[in-house]
Design a protein around this ligand. Structure first.
Ligand SMILES: Cc1cc2nc3c(=O)[nH]c(=O)nc-3n(C[C@H](O)[C@H](O)[C@H](O)COP(=O)(O)OP(=O)(O)OC[C@H]3O[C@@H](n4cnc5c(N)ncnc54)[C@H](O)[C@@H]3O)c2cc1C
Length: 615
């Protein structure tokens, strides 16, 4: 089934996004305007992204002098994406946005992720600008965010450092006030930053007039010491080139230097950089700005929000960013699924087993006729279509949180807290597995660079690592999210699952799945309680990733049942395919949770207690 058909089905038949028109914010919208956005994005993705996906993998970013060189196709894709208005799609009309529901924005971005996930860095730029719209001053919005929305400036997120990835509390980038009157700079309290930021995506390029880095750094205390923990972290705007209050470049290069490019396994169309802030390569305003530490050097940065609230500001965008990562992983899964489906329909190999064995005289069959190939195709369909449904469901919760009644908004907030680790981790793990199955279907050809599927796998392998690794997601879910507000979020989610099971029981073909969902919910609830029964975090969290996997499978089973029970369309190949994918998930996938939950519920310490010498 073509992607657009699936997207339309999920948006309109299942999630009924057209009903959002009744909300004041979306009053000018209708299915027609949503379709127009989807059409445009589908077209740009087809024309400007997809044809160059292999090119950007082969022609990796390279450094020439002070510049990072990217293929011309990347420049064209960047321009086309910015011109589409997608960078500010969800923003107010007043700032040039479309006031598009986030659900539609997320669906429209899916086309780009499938066409070429790494050619564009739009999500970083819009995430950066959206953050400034939420936490910046009016001047910061005007000068930085609005120029990012237009594509004139691009954005980054600078959190990680060589010694601080998962553990951001250990960052050592320092920010010191930039001389007397530092607080009265119209662009925001002005600081000087010194430190190293590792893994910064789109940290250097020539795609835009300027690059706006959002940087986490610590302001030293009166003794010049960095405050331990996340409480000491603040957020700064550090432009690559300094600008005035009109947003015009002043001609001064800020002291942000490219130390090197990282050479990645996949996702090679996007530069990934080690950046040095304030090392003195580009000394800036050294005579006018004298830092309180007496140095008068460092990269110029402007504080966003209050000192010490940097991580909170950064995490403002977390739900959307993690939905974005989940959807990117999902779409890479789809790309492999469609490629392997096409291959399986054309590759002749082998003969069917008849009652009397194989008939060597008979022509070979296409591999799609083999049961094992169908198994691998159906697995991909179940992972990817299920993950897309989950991603759009979560995006719909974001819209509800922003525009629903107070009660619905709060319920959506709670559900998002619990579902965010799942919407990020499930596609990262299982749509990557889908990519592996796509390679398997291609046999030896899949293992070569002459076919696209190995690139999809390499591109997708990132998603279990960035935006919080799998391990960190597991601990977030079991250590925080299921416990928060006395388990209110997880209870709410359980109630939604039970409502779906109740609805599904009315249909004979879904009754078994409804029972299986109820039983699985019970098992996850029991395992959660057993994990925490001794109150020892080391024991409870020793198997946080198996818990994440079981919880993810429970959530996907619920999503599949809800899709099956809500959309009882007439008999069509699409409907048959969806029902088969749902049944596949219940018969082949959901039973896996028993093994995962056993070690969780028993607080199994096989791994945790093993001494290093024994490995
Ligand atoms: C291609 C790419 C792009 C990126 N883009 C950006 C970007 O734009 N901006 C940015 O700021 N960062 C970016 N990152 C950084 C990314 O977010 C980090 O790589 C990630 O947070 C993990 O940090 P780390 O690499 O230091 O690994 P570590 O934190 O050292 O983790 C190594 C392993 O240890 C595990 N681990 C760590 N701590 C614990 C613990 N307490 N308990 C159990 N297990 C633990 C992890 O799960 C992981 O498996 C990017 C990374 C890559 C690879």
């Amino acid at each position: 089934m073509p992607l657009r058909h699936t997207v339309d089905f999920l948006l309109y038949d299942w999630l009924k996004v057209q009903h959002l028109q009744s909300r004041a914010r979306f009053a000018d919208h209708s299915r027609d305007t949503f379709d127009a956005v989807l059409d445009t994005c589908e077209r740009i993705a087809r024309d400007k992204f997809a044809p160059f996906n292999r090119l950007v993998d082969i022609e990796e970013p390279r450094v020439e002098g002070d510049q990072v060189i990217l293929p011309q196709a990347t420049h064209e894709a960047y321009k086309a994406y910015a011109a589409s208005g997608m960078l500010s799609a969800a923003q107010d009309y007043g700032v040039g946005g479309m006031q598009l529901p986030y659900t539609v924005e997320a669906a429209a971005n899916a086309f780009f992720a499938m066409a070429s996930v790494s050619i564009g860095s739009g999500l970083l730029t819009s995430g950066n600008a959206n953050l400034l719209m939420a936490h910046g001053t009016d001047m910061q919005k005007q000068v930085f965010a609005l120029n990012e929305f237009s594509g004139r400036f691009a954005g980054t997120m600078c959190l990680s450092e060589p010694q601080a990835g998962s553990s951001l509390s250990d960052i050592t980038t320092r920010a010191t006030p930039d001389g007397a009157g530092f607080e009265s700079d119209p662009l925001g309290p002005r600081y000087r930053l010194k430190g190293h930021k590792m893994w910064i995506s789109s940290g250097e390029h020539e795609l835009s007039e300027n690059i706006i880095h959002l940087v986490l750094a610590k302001i030293p205390d009166d003794q010049g010491q960095l405050v331990p923990g996340v409480k000491g972290i603040s957020l700064f705007i550090v432009p690559k080139k300094l600008v005035n209050t009109d947003g015009q470049l002043t001609g001064e290069r800020n002291d942000v230097a490219l130390a090197g490019l990282n050479h990645k396994c996949g996702w090679r169309g996007t530069t990934n950089t080690l950046l040095n802030f304030g090392e003195g390569k580009y000394p800036v305003r050294c005579d006018s700005g004298r830092g309180l530490d007496g140095a008068g050097s460092g990269a110029v940065g402007y504080l966003v929000g209050q000192p010490g609230e940097g991580l909170q500001c950064m995490f403002h965008m977390m739900n959307e960013a993690r939905i974005g990562v989940g959807l990117a992983a999902t779409m890479l899964g789809f790309a492999g699924f469609y490629a392997s489906l096409d291959y399986a329909k054309h590759r002749p190999q082998g003969r069917p087993l008849g009652a009397g064995g194989k008939d060597a005289q008979a022509p070979q069959v296409r591999i799609i006729e083999h049961a094992d190939i169908k198994r691998m195709l159906l697995a991909q369909k179940a992972y990817c279509e299920g993950a897309l449904a989950l991603g759009l469901y979560c995006a719909r919760l974001v819209d509800e949180q922003h525009t629903g009644s107070a009660e619905d908004a709060d319920a959506s907030r709670l559900l998002l807290e619990v579902l965010t680790p799942i919407v990020k981790s499930f596609p990262s793990e299982w749509c990557l597995e889908a990519n592996s199955l796509a390679i398997q279907i291609h046999g030896g050809y899949g293992y070569t660079r002459d076919f696209p599927v190995e690139q999809y796998w390499r591109d997708n392998r990132l998603n279990m690592i960035h935006e919080g690794t799998h391990g960190i997601q597991g601990m977030d879910l079991l250590g925080r999210k299921v416990l928060m507000e006395e388990g209110k979020g997880v209870k709410l989610l359980g109630a939604r699952m039970m409502a779906t099971a109740h609805k599904a029981q009315a249909f004979p073909d879904l009754a078994d799945n409804a029972k299986a969902l109820t039983a699985a919910l019970h098992k996850v609830t029991q395992a959660t309680q057993s994990a925490w029964s001794t109150g020892q975090p080391q024991e409870a969290l020793a198997n946080a990733v198996p818990y994440l996997q079981a919880f993810g499978h429970l959530v996907l089973a619920w999503i599949w049942l809800d899709v099956s029970a809500s959309c009882r369309g007439e008999n069509s190949p699409q409907q048959t395919g969806r029902q088969a994918a749902a049944h596949y998930f219940y018969r082949y996938e959901l039973p896996k949770i028993d093994a995962w939950l056993n070690v969780v519920g028993n607080r199994d310490m096989t791994c945790a207690n093993l001494s290093e010498e024994a490995f």
